[in-house]
Design a protein. Structure first.
Length: 121
């Protein structure tokens, strides 16, 4: 299963990828902002899950989610937002934009595993 991790923090990308590796996901892509994330998805239409941060340069995570949802190829792709934005209004905004699940930083590997299992059914 191909998973794309988009976060402007290389440390956070590494933490998420290491966690995904430990739970058996080896086919991982990464990008440091929403624009590069979109380029990765567009170039790899077999990407099955998007895990994205909200606050990033170039194109933020919310803009990326909206762009992904607007493309019929990816309208059903599970999207998990991992962010420091933990307010109720932010969660609602993200869900309305098309996010399937939401993780507030900092988080444990167990939380990521559970949220991923949840969006994959």
């Amino acid at each position: 299963m191909k998973i794309l991790v988009v976060d402007d923090s290389s440390t956070m990308r590494r933490i998420i990828k290491n966690t995904l590796n430990r739970i058996g996901h080896k086919d991982l892509l990464e990008a440091e902002d929403g624009l590069k994330g979109w380029e990765q998805i567009d170039a790899n239409p077999d990407t099955e899950v998007l895990i994205t941060d909200w606050n990033m340069p170039e194109m933020n995570g919310l803009e990326l989610v909206k762009k992904v949802r607007a493309d019929s190829r990816f309208e059903d792709m599970p999207i998990i937002m991992v962010t420091t934005e933990g307010g109720k209004a932010e969660v609602i905004t993200a869900l309305k934009a098309g996010v399937n699940n939401y993780i507030v930083k900092p988080f444990t590997p167990q939380v990521l595993k559970e949220k991923l299992e949840d969006v994959l059914g």
